[in-house]
Design a protein around this ligand. Structure first.
Ligand SMILES: Cc1cc2nc3c(=O)[nH]c(=O)nc-3n(C[C@H](O)[C@H](O)[C@H](O)COP(=O)(O)OP(=O)(O)OC[C@H]3O[C@@H](n4cnc5c(N)ncnc54)[C@H](O)[C@@H]3O)c2cc1C
Length: 217
């Protein structure tokens, strides 16, 4: 039988009508151990299903060294029908209780050494869009905290500027790289907007097109 743990939602940041960042703090235990790239399962009893607990997986955007909370970025699934858990999550408030199962899934692991035993100094490039960026946000913060000296580049793609979740956090990581020097922390963040012609994106002066355009020679 599945035994759900309890947590309190301590932070809700609505980035846009269908994109939210939430933080959870476990009620009866410390923040669980996890590795960048893993997901946590959230659950809530669904009143439309007689109180049956609906559980879904969410990639963890916070990093293992952060022992204060677990952070997630969640898209409200609305079509063709409102998603069962996300609709409830988008109605949740700070202070509400939520159920969780311990983090699991494949971690983002990068070898320290090459097969020949030499140190692996190759550049690390993380490419993602939408909520798919979450594992890389976790990974980048983790690499920062452990003092990884390799060059790390995070490339983010979005249709609209307000979907660039974590733009500020990733820009801060880049600013830290500029301030401390690349020999200490070598990090770059770049974003691409795929619908630059739309009025909502009129302020965008950065890369345009899909995120893969960064990879074109
Ligand atoms: C490893 C992993 C990591 C993930 N990480 C994230 C993450 O970081 N952020 C994130 O936002 N999501 C993530 N997801 C997706 C997440 O787990 C959920 O699938 C998502 O939030 C939708 O859940 P829901 O209960 O709201 O939707 P559901 O109720 O499961 O609905 C899913 C889809 O089916 C449709 N549907 C439902 N009922 C019907 C019906 N009767 N007829 C026709 N269509 C129907 C809905 O409209 C919707 O499009 C991840 C998934 C996995 C497996």
């Amino acid at each position: 039988m599945v035994v759900d743990n309890k947590a309190t939602i301590t932070y809700v940041q609505l980035l846009k009508e269908d994109l939210v960042i939430i933080r959870l703090v476990p009620k009866d235990s410390p923040v669980p151990d996890y590795q960048p790239g893993q997901f946590i399962t959230l659950g809530l009893p669904n009143p439309l299903e007689g109180g049956k607990i609906v559980r879904r997986a969410y990639s963890i955007a916070s990093h293992p060294e952060n022992r204060k909370y677990v952070e997630l970025v969640i898209r409200w699934v609305r079509k063709p029908l409102p998603g069962r858990l996300t609709t409830q999550l988008f109605n949740a408030k700070e202070g509400d209780e939520i159920l969780w199962l311990k983090p699991t899934g494949r971690a983002l692991l990068i070898n320290e050494t090459l097969p020949n035993g030499e140190k692996d100094n190759r550049r690390i490039v993380c490419i993602g869009g939408g909520t798919g960026l979450a594992p890389f946000v976790s990974f980048a913060q983790h690499l920062h905290d452990i003092g990884d000296k390799r060059e790390i580049i995070v490339l983010q793609g979005a249709s609209y500027v307000d979907e660039l979740s974590y733009k500020e956090l990733l820009t801060e990581l880049e600013n830290d790289s500029i301030a401390r020097g690349k020999d200490q922390w070598n990090f770059k963040y770049r974003a691409a907007i795929s619908r630059p012609q739309e009025w909502f994106n009129r302020s965008w002066a950065g890369q345009v097109g899909r995120v893969e355009t960064f990879l074109r020679p």
